[in-house]
Write a protein that binds this ligand. Structure first.
Ligand SMILES: Cc1cc2nc3c(=O)[nH]c(=O)nc-3n(C[C@H](O)[C@H](O)[C@H](O)COP(=O)(O)O)c2cc1C
Length: 352
C-alpha cells in the first residue's frame, strides 16, 4: 500500500512534528493542503493536548498526525545534577542568577495512559513516536481506532525492530536532520561516536531493502529536488522539519528566527548539552563551550532544567547563547511564507 493510501493524504509529504517550535496552526495549515500536518505533543499536558486537538478538529477534516516521545523517564541523580550545575556556575554568575533556584524535573513526558485517553476522544489518523515505541498496552489503545503507527529509525536495525514491533511505516532519519536523533537501540552517540549514524542518502536505500513497510525519508530535505531524490532511493514519502521553521505559523522566538536567517545557521552540530539526548542545532556559545557531547549532562530530559533560567535570561537580552536552536544541515528551504504556500511548492515539484 502506498503512503498516501495508508494515511489518507494526497501528497506523500509529512510536516515534521517540532516540539517547542509549532502548535496546531502549522499542522492545520499543512493538512489542509493534502499533505500530513503534525502536532508535537511531547511538551503538552493533557489539558493543552485536548485544547490543541479541539482546535484542529474544528478547523480541518483532513487527516493529521500527533507525535509523542516514548523514552523511559530517568530517576533524578542528585550527584550528577549538582556536578552539572557546578559546571554551569560561571554562566549563572555572569547572568546574576542563583543556581540553587533551579528546579530539577522533566520538561518532556513520555507517552502515557492519560495522553492515550485524550487521543481516544479525537482519534487522529496517525500517531508517530520518537525514541522507539510505547508499551504494547499503550500501542493497543492507539490501534483501537485504527490509527496508523509511525516511528523513527536512525539505523537499519532500528527500522527492522520497528517493523517487527508493529509500526505501519518507518521514518529513516538521516544524520542531517534537525532536532533530536530518534535513536533508541544504541547509545553509541553518547559515547562520542557517530559510527552508526548514517546520512539520509546512505540510510534510506538500506532501510528500504530491509523492511516491507513504507519508508519515509527525513533529514536535509528542503525542496522538491530533495523529495524526488529520496523517492528515487525508494522512499514512499518524506518528513520535512527545518524548512517549515520560518513559516508564518511556526512559533519560534525572535532570537531563534534571527539565528535561522543568519550565516550561523550554516553551522550545526549534534549535541546533548540542552536536554541530555543528542539533537542537531545551530552552533552557539553553549555548544562551543560545553559540548557538543558532554558526559556530565544529566540524562534526557533532565539536562534541560539547569539551563532553562540561563536561556530565559539570555533570550530576554536578545541572545541565543543558551537556547537550543534546533535546525538541520539544510536551512536553504526556510522561507518566511505561509506553510500552505511552502507545502504547495514542494508538492508541485514532486515528479515521482
Ligand atoms: C525544531 C525541531 C524540532 C523537532 N522536534 C521533534 C519532535 O518533537 N518529535 C519528533 O519526532 N521529531 C522532531 N524533530 C525531528 C524531525 O521529526 C525530523 O526528523 C527532522 O526535522 C528532519 O530533518 P530536517 O529538519 O532536516 O527536515 C524536530 C526537528 C526540528 C528541526
Amino acid at each position: 500500500m502506498s503512503l498516501t493510501q495508508l494515511l489518507g493524504i494526497d501528497v506523500p509529504i509529512i510536516q515534521a512534528p517540532m516540539a517547542g517550535a509549532q502548535g496546531s496552526a502549522l499542522a492545520i495549515a499543512v493538512s489542509k493542503t493534502g499533505a500530513l500536518g503534525s502536532l508535537p505533543c511531547a511538551m503538552l499536558n493533557a489539558d493543552a493536548l485536548r485544547a490543541e486537538l479541539t482546535t484542529i478538529r474544528a478547523l480541518t477534516k483532513q487527516p493529521f498526525n500527533v507525535n509523542f516521545f516514548c523514552h523511559t523517564q530517568p530517576a533524578i541523580d542528585i550527584e550528577k545534577e549538582q556536578a552539572w550545575r557546578a559546571m554551569l556556575t560561571r554562566y549563572f554568575i555572569e547572568y546574576d542568577l542563583d543556581a540553587d533556584t533551579v528546579v530539577p524535573g522533566p520538561a518532556r513526558l513520555p507517552f502515557n495512559e492519560e495522553a492515550a485517553a485524550v487521543l481516544a476522544e479525537f482519534q487522529p489518523a496517525a500517531v508517530s513516536f520518537h525514541f522507539g515505541l510505547p508499551s504494547d498496552a499503550l500501542l493497543a489503545k492507539v490501534r483501537s481506532w485504527d490509527a496508523k503507527i509511525i516511528s523513527t529509525a536512525t539505523t537499519v536495525a532500528e527500522a527492522v525492530w520497528l517493523e517487527q514491533h508493529g509500526a505501519d511505516a518507518v521514518i529513516a532519519q538521516g544524520w542531517e536532520a534537525g532536532g533530536h536523533r530518534g535513536n533508541f537501540l544504541s547509545d553509541e552517540l553518547l559515547s562520542g561516536s557517530v559510527g552508526n549514524q548514517l546520512s539520509t542518502l546512505a540510510l534510506v536505500p538500506q532501510i528500504v531493502d530491509a523492511v516491507k513497510i513504507p519508508v519515509i525519508a527525513a533529514g536535509g530535505i528542503a525542496d522538491a529536488r530533495g523529495i524526488n531524490a529520496a523517492m528515487r532511493l525508494g522512499a514512499a514519502g518524506v518528513q520535512i522539519g527545518t524548512a517549515y521553521l520560518l513559516c508564518n505559523e511556526a512559533t519560534i522566538s525572535d532570537v531563534y528566527r534571527r539565528a535561522l536567517k543568519s550565516e550561523s545557521a550554516r553551522s550545526t552540530a549534534v549535541t546533548n548539552v540542552f536536554t541530555g539526548r543528542p539533537a542537531r542545532g545551530i552552533v552557539n556559545r553553549m555548544i562551543k563551550e560545553m559540548g557538543p557531547i558532554n558526559f556530565a549532562a544529566p540524562a534526557f530530559p533532565l539536562a534541560n532544567s539547569a539551563i532553562t533560567p540561563l536561556r530565559v535570561k539570555a533570550e530576554a537580552q536578545g541572545s541565543g547563547d543558551f537556547s537550543p536552536l534546533w535546525a538541520g544541515q539544510n536551512v536553504s528551504g526556510c522561507r518566511e511564507i505561509s506553510a500552505a504556500e511552502l507545502t504547495y511548492e514542494f508538492a508541485r515539484g514532486v515528479s515521482i
